[in-house]
Design a protein around this ligand. Structure first.
Ligand code: FAD
Ligand code: PHB
Length: 397
């Protein structure tokens, strides 16, 4: 059985795990990454990429910014829309901050290329990944690879294995609480071969529910529709999707350009935060510790923020000081809850909550009228817009 030894064993080669490996390496701390999918599967996951200014700065600081700077779109605005009126939220003019639109799969491509150049140890296609002795002094990771059982002994194990990974589940139940919330709606997301119809993403509330247009590049846009969580993709023909998008995104004088739809997927809306991101010698980063509804565009940014805090703590530990590492969970959770309340606010602002056994039809209608008024207020108030802009582009604290 091959026995390996490293300072930090990282489970998961998503953006969080790959970035942590590079960040540690830049400070002379070694790691081994274990991933259960293949490299192609990791690169094949198409997800959004709205990078807060500080996330883009973190990538640049680590020498990962070259392609992002050349190919990403620096965006200084979004549009909020309701009742046929579109409000321009101009981050540049309001607070002189911006976001960078750069697909998550492109970031993963850059991270993997950097690992390849550095000759990092990454085990893709690992099976039966398990963690052991996370409370004691000799934490270990075992896995099957190429027909052999491998074991890594490490000083620390980091769970970067996403929402369904093994790491969070290996913390004893009585030691962790999950704050979990499922929303009564989902997003039907499509990638379409169409040039941007606007210069920034449009978030729209409509009688029929939420719709969104997110330009991705000169030729491709992502578009989203609020749908019932039990809906099937098969029920949405291209014609039906364009019809719904045209209806929900329409404003006087605006033309939504249509084109071939390349992919369709329904994603449930969920929020989850673990009560702790550290237990013994195990730490959780990214979606392994928390999941945000996509309305605030924060998931990837939260993962990058965790990496920055944990990496500094681990480097300080190996340099002889444990104060920062001991504070990792509290600091990352403080930032996480600030992101969660923003994502929740955006989600509740922009979706129609269906009536249910808990929410009567008159109460649902009341909420909708109140949401319309709130969007009207944001459209008129520079203070409300500045708060939105500050949170969307990333809080400086
Ligand atoms: P993941 O990307 O989930 O990576 C986890 C990795 O661990 C995977 O490679 C997985 O294969 C691996 N793994 C899992 N289990 C095991 C195991 N047992 N052993 C070994 N490996 C394992 N965020 C934003 O910031 N902005 C956005 O605009 C945005 N839009 C989104 C749109 C959609 C439709 C979705 C689904 C998400 C969106 N997100 C967005 C969220 C963002 O994609 C995630 O927050 C981000 O991928 C988290 O990165 P991660 O590395 O923590 O987890
Ligand atoms: C996207 O680019 O697909 C995207 C942008 C912003 C969001 C969600 C998704 O809030």
């Amino acid at each position: 059985m091959p026995n390996l030894r490293t300072q930090v064993a990282i489970i998961g080669a998503g953006p969080a795990g790959l970035l942590l490996g590079l960040s540690l390496r830049a400070s002379g701390v070694d790691s081994i990454i274990v991933e259960h999918s293949s490299a192609d599967q990791v690169l094949g996951r198409v997800r959004a990429g709205v990078l807060e200014q500080s996330s883009a700065e973190t990538l640049t600081r680590l020498g990962l910014g070259e392609r992002m700077t050349a190919e990403g779109i620096r965006s200084d605005r979004i549009f909020l829309q309701a009742a046929g009126r579109r409000h321009h939220i101009d981050f540049g003019a309001l607070i002189d901050r911006r976001v960078t639109l750069y697909g998550q799969q492109e970031i993963e491509r850059d991270l993997l290329a950097a690992h390849e150049r550095a000759g990092s140890a990454i085990y893709f296609d690992a099976e039966a990944v398990a963690v052991h002795d996370i409370e004691g002094g000799q934490p270990r990771v075992s896995f099957e690879h190429d027909g052999a059982t491998h074991e890594i002994t490490a000083d620390f194990i980091v769970g970067a294995d996403g929402i369904d990974g093994v790491c969070r589940r290996s913390i004893p139940r009585q030691e962790i609480t999950l704050f979990d919330r499922a929303y009564p709606f989902a997003w039907l997301g499509v990638v379409a071969e169409v040039p941007p119809s606007t210069e920034g993403s449009i978030y729209a509330l409509h009688d029929d529910g939420f719709a969104m247009l997110a330009p991705q590049s000169a030729h491709v846009s992502r578009l989203y529709l609020q749908v019932d969580p039990h809906e099937l993709v098969a029920n949405f023909s291209d014609a039906r999707i364009w019809q719904e998008l045209q209806l929900r995104l329409s404003t006087p004088g605006f033309t939504l350009v249509e084109g071939p739809i390349l992919s369709k997927v329904i994603t449930p809306m969920r929020a989850l935060v673990a009560s702790r991101l550290g237990y013994g010698h195990l730490f959780l980063i990214g979606d392994a510790g928390h999941v945000l509804p996509p309305t605030g565009a924060k998931g990837l940014n939260a993962a990058i923020g965790d990496v920055a805090i944990l990496s500094a703590g681990l480097v300080a530990h190996f340099g002889g000081s444990d104060i920062r590492l001991a504070g990792y969970s509290d600091e990352a959770l403080r930032r996480q809850w600030l992101m969660q309340q923003f994502a929740q606010w955006m989600t509740e602002l922009l979706h129609r909550t269906p009536s249910s056994s808990i929410l009567t039809a008159p109460a649902a209608d009341f909420n909708y009228q109140s949401q319309l008024a709130r969007i009207d207020y944001i459209g008129r108030s520079v203070h409300a817009q500045s708060s939105l802009a500050e949170q969307y582009t990333g809080l400086p604290f």
